[in-house]
Design a protein around this ligand. Structure first.
Ligand code: BTN
Length: 249
C-alpha cells in the first residue's frame, strides 16, 4: 500500500480536486496521490449538489486509493473517510458523524466527503476520496447560512490548515491500513462511537419514496438500518436522510 500524501500537490485554484484526480488517472497517477486546492470553482457535493469552496477559508482535498477489494466493500470507504476526518477535527471541536457522509458541529454541516469509484471489471478499482472542511469561514452564502458552519464560527479560533492536513493524512493512512486488513467491525465501531444519530427518528427520501423510522445501527457493509414504528427493519444503501426535528443538511 502506498502512503497517502505522496505525491502531494497544492494548487491555488481548480474546478474540483476530485475532477483533477480523475483527469490524471489515465497518466497512471499512483495510489496515495493527494491534491489540495486553496479554492474550487466547481466544488462538488453528494447528490449533485455544489460545495461552497471560497478562497483560503476551507480545506479542499482529494486522494486516490486503489483498494484491491470486492465492490461490495467499497461503500465502507465513505465511512473510513468520515472516521479519519472526524478524528482529525475532534481535538478542535466535538464533531458528530451523520450517515453516510456528513460531519456536523452543533447540528450544522461542518464537513463532508465525496467518494467516487471508477470500477472496471477485471481491474483494481480507483476510488477518489474528496474531503471538504469549513475552517475559517466567517459567513456563508444566504442559501446555506442556516445549515452550514465553520470551525472559526463555532470555536472563535483561526484554524491552521497545514496542521489539520497533516493530522488528516495520518488518520487516513491508519484507517486505510485497517480497511485493507478488512477490519470492518473496528471501522463500524469507530464510526458509531462518533455519531449521535442512533435512536433518533429519521425521515429518508429514497427512490421517490419516503420512510420514517429510528436509526438503529449500521450493518457490516456500512448500510444504515432503519426501524419503522411497526418494527420492520429496512437496510438503506443511500438516500436523503433528514432528522425528523432538524433542517435538511
Ligand atoms: C458533501 O457533503 O456533499 C460532500 C462534500 C465534498 C466536498 C469535497 S471538497 C474536495 C473534493 N472536491 C470536490 O469537488 N468535492 C470534494
Amino acid at each position: 500500500m502506498a502512503k497517502i500524501g505522496h505525491p502531494l500537490r497544492i494548487l491555488p485554484q481548480i474546478d474540483s480536486t476530485n475532477e483533477e484526480i480523475k483527469r490524471n488517472l489515465a497518466a497512471n497517477l499512483p495510489e496515495g496521490a493527494v491534491v489540495i486546492a486553496d479554492q474550487q470553482t466547481n466544488g462538488r457535493g453528494r447528490l449533485g449538489r455544489s460545495w461552497h469552496s471560497e478562497f483560503g477559508s476551507g480545506l479542499y482535498l482529494s486522494t486516490l486509493l486503489k483498494p484491491d477489494l470486492p465492490p461490495e466493500n467499497l461503500s465502507l470507504v465513505t465511512l473510513m473517510a468520515g472516521v479519519a476526518t472526524a478524528t482529525a477535527i475532534q481535538h478542535l471541536a466535538p464533531v458528530k458523524l451523520k450517515w453516510p457522509n456528513d460531519i456536523l458541529l452543533n447540528g450544522k454541516k461542518l464537513a463532508g466527503t465525496l467518494c467516487e469509484c471508477i470500477y472496471k471489471p477485471g481491474s483494481i478499482p480507483a476510488v477518489i476520496v474528496g474531503i471538504g472542511i469549513n475552517l475559517n469561514h466567517t459567513s456563508f452564502p444566504k442559501e446555506i447560512q442556516g445549515i452550514a458552519t465553520s470551525l472559526k464560527l463555532e470555536t472563535g479560533k483561526t484554524i491552521n490548515r497545514s496542521e489539520l492536513v497533516l493530522n488528516l493524512l495520518q488518520n487516513l493512512n491508519s484507517e486505510y491500513i485497517e480497511f485493507l486488513q478488512r477490519k470492518n467491525k473496528n471501522l463500524i465501531r469507530k464510526w458509531t462511537e462518533q455519531s449521535n444519530m442512533f435512536g433518533k427518528t429519521m425521515t429518508v427520501h429514497q427512490k421517490g419514496k419516503t420512510l420514517l423510522g429510528t436509526a438503529v445501527g449500521l450493518n457490516p457493509q456500512g448500510k444504515l438500518i432503519l426501524q419503522t414504528p411497526e418494527g420492520k427493519k429496512h437496510v438503506l444503501d443511500s438516500g436523503e436522510l433528514i432528522e425528523a426535528t432538524s433542517k435538511n443538511l
